[in-house]
Design a protein around this ligand. Structure first.
Ligand code: ADP
Ligand code: MG
Length: 247
């Protein structure tokens, strides 16, 4: 299969920190509209893999093809501009701003003549904020100060901020950590809605959540891909049970 059929094609990706290969010859292919979940024990290299794809960390070797664009030489902000957005484990929202303002400031600027000089509340921004608010189920909280949201709502707001950037691929690092059972279910529904017209890569430990959202699961172990496939295939693989699920 040609790389062109994939939204993201990672090949032979490696990074070594003082000789230690945190990510070691990883290849990964993500389809448009796919939800891919990455699991693996602590220290397996999951977060480092996202650091490499998002340009936070530079690869020692390997390639990252996103929509035909090679990302390994781009800077973080250039990668975001290409449509690849990353959410960290701790939400980075503006606690003092309202939910509306948090979404508004995430709208890509610099489009109009004065776009990069100052920000105006134009009908397209208003429409985008309303659409995203509905998607993340925070329409009723738009005028609320973001710092007052529940933990789960803050996570959704940050996902909404990525949606405002019109990302085609979202990468989420342990998005349901610390969430209630109900919030986890709502997050699963949210990710299903989001992936109708985008791809999502999720790092997660909660197996019930993984089963609810994953199209395919990639198991990382000691920086390498141990097994990849459907949830059922991965969960019944003796190597996965030994390295991860058994503990
Ligand atoms: P995971 O997210 O799967 O728990 P990480 O990607 O955070 O694992 O870490 C993988 C390994 O790489 C760990 O042993 C970690 O200590 C090491 N590591 C990650 N980033 C760095 C860095 N910047 N310098 C040195 N070692 C690192
Ligand atoms: Mg991690």
């Amino acid at each position: 299969m040609s790389k062109k059929n994939f939204l993201l094609a990672v090949e032979g990706l490696t990074v070594s920190f003082d000789g230690f290969k945190a990510v070691d010859d990883v290849s990964l292919y993500v389809d448009p509209g796919e939800v891919r979940v990455i699991i693996g024990p602590n220290g397996a290299g999951k977060t480092t893999l996202l650091d490499l794809i998002s340009g936070k960390t530079r690869a020692s070797s390997g390639t990252i093809d996103f929509k035909g664009i090679e990302l390994t030489h781009l800077k973080e902000h250039q990668i975001v501009r290409e449509g690849l957005a990353r959410k960290f484990q701790t939400p980075s929202i503006y606690e003092d701003l309202t939910v509306y303002q948090n979404l508004e400031v995430s709208f890509p600027r610099g489009r109009g003549v004065f776009g990069s000089l100052f920000f105006r509340r134009t009908p397209d921004v208003e429409a985008a904020v309303q659409a995203v608010a509905e998607e993340i189920q925070l329409t009723d909280a738009l005028s609320m100060q973001a710092g007052l949201l529940s933990h789960g709502q803050k996570q959704w707001l940050e996902i909404g901020m990525l949606l405002m950037q019109q990302a085609e691929l979202l990468m989420l690092d342990e998005p349901v950590a610390g969430m209630s059972v109900k919030e986890r279910q709502q997050t699963a529904e949210l990710l299903k809605r989001i992936s109708r017209n985008r791809s999502v890569i999720v790092i997660e430990h909660d197996m019930e959540f993984v089963r609810a959202i994953a199209h395919k699961v990639t198991v990382l172990h000691q920086g390498k891909v141990l097994v990849e496939g459907s949830m059922d295939k991965v969960q019944s693989d003796p190597r996965v049970i030994e390295a991860y699920l058994g503990h």
